[in-house]
Write a protein that binds this ligand. Structure first.
Ligand code: 13P
Length: 247
């Protein structure tokens, strides 16, 4: 199996309105030749319009979350099929903001991953420790536990990635040192190989948490880093392009 391309995905979180479509178009227009796959994950309500605006271009569109069931009486929710139907090809699942703010457990995340696969979406499954857990020396155990609990066996043979996002690095301007990132990514790699054998060697492991144009080159070239999941800096085309060009 040839190594998949690095993936750089922008997570707009709960930011963006119609006018933000221009920013996504500017990313597509400015991208040029890149070794990366590039995706933008806007709020669900913008997926359809973004997918239309970016159709035929190099930038993929993704969702940020969906329900674990395929349809039914779940007021306010969207399904994986709806995201795919709107034009998404990937989806972020298990983000720490969902785990912490909506009490999503590993079990729930794994159910959502299965739903994503049923709809043909490529999951980006997020894991990461809190500052308290890191200070207590538990980072590797927490992260590898999340990987084991959040990745169902159904992923065997499917395209997916894991994003390591230390909770304390998200939106704070703080980042782990490169050796700290590499230590966690190597532990994730070992767990992926344990779970999926040879295929686990190729799964991209993204880093996320305060990735900016200024630190992207060092992070993206670290051992076992197969791309980035970018929050704040993906909202401005120039910043996001600066990160992609650091690859
Ligand atoms: P920031 O890049 O804003 O720190 O957010 C990272 C993140 O949570 C991406 O999913």
């Amino acid at each position: 199996m040839s190594a998949p391309k690095p993936l750089i995905a922008g997570n707009w979180k709960m930011n963006g309105v119609s006018a933000s479509i221009a920013e996504a178009k500017a990313v597509a227009a400015g991208l040029g030749a890149t070794p990366a796959r590039v995706a933008i994950c806007p709020p669900a309500i913008l997926i359809h319009r973004l997918a239309e605006a970016l159709a035929g271009g190099p930038v993929l569109v993704g969702g940020q979350d969906h329900h674990w069931d395929d349809s039914g009486a779940f007021t306010g929710d969207v399904s994986a099929e709806m995201l795919a139907d709107a034009g998404a090809s990937l989806v972020i699942l298990g983000h720490s903001e969902r785990r912490a703010g909506y009490r999503e457990t590993d079990e729930i995340v794994a159910s959502k991953v299965k739903a994503a696969l049923r709809a043909g979406l490529e999951p980006i499954v997020c894991v990461g420790e809190t500052l308290e857990q890191r200070k207590a020396g538990e980072a590797l155990a927490v992260v590898t536990g999340q990987v084991r609990g959040s990745l169902p066996a159904d992923l065997a043979g499917k395209a997916f990635s894991v994003a390591y996002e230390p909770v304390w690095a998200i939106g704070t301007g703080l980042t782990p040192t490169t050796p700290e990132i590499e230590e966690v990514h190597r532990a994730i790699r070992a767990t992926l190989v344990e779970l999926f054998g040879e295929a686990g060697k190729a799964t991209p492991i993204l880093y996320g948490g305060s990735v900016k144009p200024g630190n992207a080159a060092e992070i993206l070239h670290a051992d076992e880093v197969g791309g980035a999941l970018v929050g704040g800096a993906s909202l401005k085309a120039d910043d996001f392009l600066g990160i992609i060009r650091a690859l």
